[in-house]
Structures are given as structure tokens and as C-alpha cells.
Ligand binder design. Sequence first.
Ligand SMILES: NC(=O)c1ccc[n+]([C@@H]2O[C@H](COP(=O)([O-])OP(=O)(O)OC[C@H]3O[C@@H](n4cnc5c(N)ncnc54)[C@H](O)[C@@H]3O)[C@@H](O)[C@H]2O)c1
Length: 307
Amino acid sequence: MLALAAVFRINRNGSKLLIELCSMDPQESKFPSTHSNAPFDFRGRNVLITGAGRGIGQHLAQQFCRLGATVFVNDFHDSRATEVVDELQSFGFHPVAMPADITDVRQVQRLFGDIHNQCGGLDIFVNSAGFAQRVPLLEVTEEYWDQMQNVNLKGPFFCLQAAASQMMARGGGRIVLLGSIGGQSAQRNLAAYGAAKAGLSMLAKSAAVDLAPHGITVNVAAPGAVEGPWNDQFFSDPLYRARWEQTVPARRMATNEDVAAAVLFFASMGAGYITGQTLFVDGGKLAYLPSVPSTESDNVRSNGPTP
Ligand SMILES: NC(=O)c1ccc[n+]([C@@H]2O[C@H](COP(=O)([O-])OP(=O)(O)OC[C@H]3O[C@@H](n4cnc5c(N)ncnc54)[C@H](O)[C@@H]3O)[C@@H](O)[C@H]2O)c1
């Protein structure tokens, strides 16, 4: 790994850097030097997951623990973060609860400072915190607009910034943001959320360009509707659910496992040359152009699910 790094750097920066790299302690470049043959071996990695108090983030916390990572469990709700950590501890894992509101930049700085003090810095950052609420376009207020942008775009940005700073000092890292098919195709009464999620994909591209020279990748995993508390209320009507599933080629909702497959892939060591991407986890929904539009399907209900 070290020899490869040297060749890479000499092409860009000249022979003086080659000599420095050759004399470098492998531990100084921790991220690449601990590359494992097992693609999803996260032992020795420090991972922060925001919004991990339930839903997709909670599942990701479980998966990263299972795969050996040291996991920091963030949520806006203290009790949710604590309950997730307590449950994982009962299975013998050692995650750490880190309650904070990611929309508050001072809380973000404190969160990342605490993580740095506890483990020396992050290797992997996953932003799962998010929130959506349908509001008709003409009823959107400044307060609602700000709320949607703050939780779905501003918060992830300042977390990404803080994570990147720690990863640069450690020689690399992986950043994965939870986007949405709603950032690619419009849904009724979700303009503010859709704009924020679309912004995340552009943020990932921009950050990918800035951070690639530092060995940090930035990607978006963008699901369609996922089984879980976010959608429970909308899919409790079996007739509605059956109709909705007809709009998805896979004929079902996504599961947390489906979403985790994309996140773990982006977070894996082998994905170091994949950056600035948005990967849709949608059972083919965005690829599909239904030939007979139905007024009752495709989320047209004003209070329908909000992927
Ligand atoms: N569930 C879906 O159908 C779906 C579809 C597409 C995209 N997504 C995206 O996936 C992500 C996770 O969704 P989910 O289904 O797990 O949602 P969820 O509501 O089940 O969980 C989100 C968690 O984020 C936390 N959170 C909200 N605001 C926060 C803040 N300011 N600071 C810290 N934590 C905060 C909440 O307390 C909650 O525990 C979101 O970004 C969402 O936009 C979800």
C-alpha cells in the first residue's frame, strides 16, 4: 500500500515527496495502511452516524457495530440515542451515545470535538438525520423552508466539514449522505425537502472534488420509500400500499438492509475510487415510466409518504 501511495504522489508532486513518504511510519497514514482484504471489515474504524436513534440510522449503527467499528450514535432526541446504545451494549458492543442537534453549528462543533477527544478522529461519517413534511407550495413559510434546509442540507454540510477536517489529519476517510429519490424526481407538496435533497447530491460532488486529494470520498445513498417508522402511518392501509407497490418495478418498499448495502459499500475500503456519486436504492422506481398513470398511485395524496 505504501509503495502505491508513493507512486501516486511522485506523479503529482515530484521526487522530494517520494522520499518523505518512503520514510513514513505506516501508522501515520492510518486509513490506507490498514486496508483489509475483507471488503466490509470495519475493525479499527471510528464511525459517526447522525439520526441513528431510529430507522435507517439505527440499523446502520447495528451493522457497523457487527462489522467491528467503534460507533458514535447521534440523535436529536437524547433518549433515542441512549436506547439504541443500551440495546447494542446488551449484545456486547461498545457504541457511544452522542446526542446533538445537527442544525445547530455550535452543537456540531461540540459533537465532533467530543468524538475527537474520545477516539482521535473519525474514519467514516454517515448523515442519516433528516426530516420531511408535506406542505402545499403556496403555503410554504420562511420558518418551514428554513427548517427543511437546516436539517436536510445545512446540518449535513457542517457535519461533513467537521468530519473532513478530522479525516484529513488521519490520511483519508469515507463520507456517506442519505439522500432521497425525492431529490431527483418531484413529489407533490415537497418542494423544500426535494430541493434540499437535490442539494445534497451537488454537495457530495463539490466536496468529492475538494476532498479527493486527501483520500476522502463523498457519496449519497438515495432511497425510495423505506419500511420503518418514517412511513408507518402512510402504509398502514393495505389497499394503498398495494397500489403504491405497483409503481415500483420491484413491487415492494425498500428495507433498512437494502439501504445499508449501499452505505456499507460506499464506506468500504475498496470504494476509494468512487466519489461524488448518488446511488438510488429504489427498486427501479426512477427507471420506470408507468404507461397508464393512476391518480391514486405515485404518492399523489397530499399527505402520502415522503421519501
Ligand atoms: N424512510 C424513508 O422512506 C426515506 C426515504 C428516502 C430518504 N430517506 C432519508 O433517510 C434518512 C433517514 O430516514 P429514516 O427513515 O431513518 O428517518 P427516521 O425519522 O426514522 O429517523 C431519523 C432520525 O433523525 C433524527 N433527527 C432529526 N433531526 C435531527 C437533527 N436536527 N439532529 C440530529 N438528529 C435528528 C430523528 O430524531 C430520528 O431519530 C433521512 O435523511 C431521510 O430523508 C428516508
